[in-house]
Design a protein around this ligand. Sequence first.
Ligand SMILES: [Zn+2]
Length: 79
Amino acid sequence: MHLDPELFAAIHGMELPADFDRKKTSGFEDDPECAEYNPCASYSHNPPTGLVVPRGKRYRHVCPGCGKVQFVRSLNVSC
Ligand SMILES: [Zn+2]
């Protein structure tokens, strides 16, 4: 999740350029506040906890309810 430029600037006490383009056009867009929320009620929406992923591998978990794909990465890999 990346930070909103305005929020980032506020946190770091920076000023945004005067011509900072807050909104280019009207319309719907992703609300970062809601990005974490998912109405899916599937019992296996999230990958199983305690999954051990071998080094160099990742586990692809596809929710059978909504089809959201999540990856579980090896704890040994920091990239
Ligand atoms: Zn789901």
